[in-house]
Design a protein around this ligand. Sequence first.
Ligand code: 13P
Ligand code: SF4
Length: 299
Amino acid sequence: MKNQIEQLKKDKNAVILAHYYAPAEVQEIADYVGDSFYLAKIAKQSKADILVFCGVYFMGESAKILNPDKKVLMPDLTADCPMAHMVADGIIDEMRKNYDDLAVVCYINSTAALKCQSDVCVTSSNAVKIVKALPNKNIFFIPDKNLGRFVAEQVNDKNIIVNDGFCPIHAKITATQLLAEKEKHPCALVLAHPECEADILALSDYIGSTADIIAYAKQSNADEFIICTEDGVNYKLITDNPGKRFYYPDPHPCCADMKLNTPESVLSVLLNEDKEVVIDDEVRTGALLPLEKMLELAK
Ligand code: 13P
Ligand code: SF4
């Protein structure tokens, strides 16, 4: 299957992009593996004709918004991020009416329709930097309450109003589960994604995006870590750090949508080119502005 995929990539000038939460077998065959910010940058820079995006829908959608002339395929178009939809109808208009000097800051884990109504996008690796760089006094942060609160704690000179969305996978990690792991591995450092609830972040030694967690573990002198994010990151963690040990809350956080990306579905979509991301032109141009502003402000 690997050889067939390699040949199809050459014949069609295609590249495979995979998020760190995709299954290990998919990360293994991908040309680029990373967090959502890295993958958005790669999608923008790529010279390929076809991008096969192994992630969830908002990721393939963002790649298409940034590359209208490229064919963006997804191994499974039903792979979705529930949080991407968690903004109540009308609330953005209401906020704009109630607050002057307001910027709507939209986590990239959101639908294109929400991006259209926003001033700037962010990812977990650049949210603090971008919110600090905005001239606005009032910020409405959508959709994630946990990333929003994490940003608000670090930006004291702005009024940050946080929407009530959340990631159902990170929300399932409880303090009881984490404390049980800490008891089993008292020397381990806790590394957490900012999508976790406040009590988990309060128990953590380091908070960062998937790429930041992976980079932290590599440069750290510690050799044991408890990882509070989706367990797909384990592939890169163990590849980069053969001597170190990584533990997860029990049960392991697992995003079923990310796991819909399989080598079989990658091969099938490369062969048939049938699962293409298609976006209405008006929505695409509306969502492009906040995505481009993110790329500019994050430089
Ligand atoms: P990263 O931006 O850290 O890759 O996170 C994406 C995501 O979906 C986290 O749940
Ligand atoms: Fe969405 Fe959570 Fe899955 Fe990330 S882990 S893609 S935020 S559901």
